[in-house]
Ligand binder design. Structure first.
Ligand code: HEC
Length: 127
């Protein structure tokens, strides 16, 4: 029973995580953050590979889901699904959130910029 309740809470939290929290960010402001902070390594086109994997459909996907990208074992074993909460945490502190990740990025310290870039990622994923 306790397990069921916990599972229900997790599912509920996941469901409300979509479409709600990223409304706090601005996708158009996030596009500018993406261009200056992420585009160097990440394509925003489906299947595009750079130093990092394509982020076109990453919002709402499990971590390490791009079949054409060679992820670190840390990312493969992270068991994360990318939503507002997990992206917010990972983008603030990539190495602390997924120890051993090969994403060579110190983190985006500005919470407003994180919300904006997450809103942008949701928009390009059609979410
Ligand atoms: C200097 C290159 C670089 C920069 C800059 C960078 N990343 Fe990454 N990113 C990577 C690499 C490499 C990986 C693969 C990590 C792994 O396999 O451990 C990655 C992985 C990711 C993932 C996980 C993808 C998946 O399919 O699971 C997300 C999400 C992500 N980056 C978002 C961002 C965002 C948003 C920015 C800008 C704020 C950014 N990254 C900036 C190189 C970079």
């Amino acid at each position: 029973m306790k397990f069921r309740l916990t599972l229900f809470t997790v599912l509920l939290a996941g469901a409300t995580g979509f479409g709600v929290a990223h409304a706090a960010g601005s996708a158009s402001a996030g596009q500018a953050v993406y261009s200056s902070q992420c585009a160097l390594c990440h394509s925003n086109q489906p299947g595009g590979v750079g130093i990092g994997p394509s982020l076109a459909g990453v919002y709402g996907q499990p971590a390490a889901a791009q079949g054409n990208y060679d992820y670190s074992s840390a990312m493969k074993n992270s068991h994360l699904t990318w939503n507002d909460a997990t992206l917010n945490k990972f983008l603030a502190a990539p190495q602390a959130t997924v120890p051993g990740t090969k994403m060579p990025y110190a983190g985006l310290t500005d919470a407003g910029q994180r919300a904006d870039v997450i809103a942008y990622l949701a928009s390009i994923a059609g979410k």
